[in-house]
Design a protein around this ligand. Structure first.
Ligand SMILES: Cc1ncc(COP(=O)(O)O)c(C=O)c1O
Length: 412
């Protein structure tokens, strides 16, 4: 098969919408264009029935009741609704405690969790930020040690978006239920890729997003438990009382239909996709590790998603590396802030140094990734790294066996 450049290895950022999903969405723009809230005519009924179908498809993927699915604009909104909505609803304002309530999260969560937590701190909530070990994993033990009498919410992501590591969500779920504490999980990178059962795993609130699982952008869902316990949320958006009053606003019907179809396809193809992607990821990592030294895979090697790898290359400069692999669309270990490149806070939280964090790549494979693309990426990255190292005096010293940590650098 011929190779089309550039190749896409940034599926953790977003996925191509599956053409089968697009096909399902199209009639809802021009043929079945009613508002699902219109109760008086067939256009509305058809739209409502399509939304019901999508709700069943999403619920089936995660083992919930369809009534427990709240449609949103994506995981950023789902996280905001879950975290702020639960904290404000269950705030301990009237029991004389000094804080409005205690929340547990982790330092390497996505900003869409960290920023709502910061806002709640300004509103008087206490937040504990757990720190991972170098393997990147948040364990139930860590959560247990941080729990207090006034803990109202634990929000820990299921799988990390930069390193793919998988946190101990089922164990954390059991712990939270034992202690009557709500568990929210940002499962944006997990749902659709790995089997999910919110009932078995004692999850109360769970965010997921269509564009990470071959559905369209701008649509997502929040699972909100209805029984044992019935979780209540203070809404962020008030209006017509849509979505059980938790998220007002006319529903994005084509998007929701697309998300439902994407969920169904993921459910049907998860096992074969996962197996194939694991083989490709193994080939990619083996190819790079066989040909390059001073390469490090970040995060736990076993407990991680099958399609994603985060690799640091010693003795290369991050920006130059990205320039050298322009035909591979992937993410680097640097985050662009207003004026500068900051090393990824996720990698830093694992103890990865600034230099190595900058020279890291997140390569994430997807439904259309091929062996040819993987082989191309290996060749391209190996060539770029070798080229940069050939110009690096530090790499020369390293090759001469000099331990760089013992070198006395002269300052002027
Ligand atoms: C873990 C995680 N949470 C939240 C988000 C935000 O999702 P959305 O783009 O659907 O708002 C992302 C997307 O990058 C993510 O990876």
């Amino acid at each position: 098969m011929s190779l089309t450049l550039p190749i896409y290895m940034d599926n953790a950022a977003t996925t191509r919408t599956d053409p089968r999903v697009v096909e399902k969405m199209l009639p809802f723009f021009t043929e079945i264009y009613g508002n699902s809230a219109s109760r008086n005519h067939a256009f509305g009924w058809e739209a409502e029935s399509a939304v019901d179908t999508a709700r069943k498809q999403a619920a089936s993927l995660i083992g919930s009741n369809p009534k427990e699915i709240i449609w949103t604009s994506g995981s950023t909104e789902s996280n905001n609704l879950a975290i702020k909505g639960a904290a404000r609803m269950y705030a301990r304002s009237n029991d004389g405690s000094s804080s409005a309530g205690h929340i547990i999260t982790a330092v390497h969560e996505h900003k869409a969790v960290l920023d709502p937590c910061k806002r709640l701190q300004r509103e008087g909530f206490d937040v504990t930020y757990l720190e991972p070990e170098p393997d990147g994993i948040i364990t139930a033990e860590m959560v247990r040690n941080a729990m207090r009498d006034d803990t109202i919410l634990v929000t820990i992501m299921w799988a990390n978006n930069e390193i793919g590591t998988i946190n101990e969500i089922p164990q954390i779920g059991a712990l939270c239920h034992e202690n009557d504490v709500l568990l929210h999980t940002d499962a944006t990178q997990w749902v659709g890729k790995m089997p999910t059962d919110v009932e078995r795993d004692c999850i109360d609130l769970m965010s997921f997003s269509a564009h990470k699982m071959y559905g369209p952008m701008g649509v997502g869902a929040l699972y909100v438990r209805r029984r044992r316990p019935r979780v209540r949320l203070e809404s962020l958006i008030d209006g017509g009382g849509h979505e059980r009053g938790m998220r007002s606003g006319t529903l994005n019907i084509p998007g929701i239909v697309g998300m439902g179809a994407a969920c169904q396809l993921c459910q049907e193809e998860m096992e074969s996709d996962g197996q194939r992607l694991l083989e490709l990821r193994t080939a990619l990592e083996d190819g790079l590790m066989d040909q390059l030294e001073v390469v490090q895979i970040n995060g736990d090697r076993q407990k991680r998603l099958p399609h994603l790898t985060n690799i640091s290359f010693g003795f290369v400069e991050g920006e130059s590396l990205m320039m050298g692999i322009k035909d591979i669309a992937c993410s680097s270990g640097s985050a662009c802030t207003s004026a500068s490149l900051e090393p990824s806070y996720v990698l830093k939280s694992l103890g990865v140094g600034d230099e190595l964090a900058h020279s890291s790549l997140r390569l994430s494979l997807g439904r259309w990734s091929t062996r040819e693309e993987v082989d191309y990426a290996i060749d391209n990255i190996v060539t770029a790294v070798n080229h940069l190292r050939s110009m690096s005096p530090l790499y020369d010293l390293h090759k001469e066996g000099i331990d760089l940590s013992t070198v006395q650098w002269q300052s002027h």
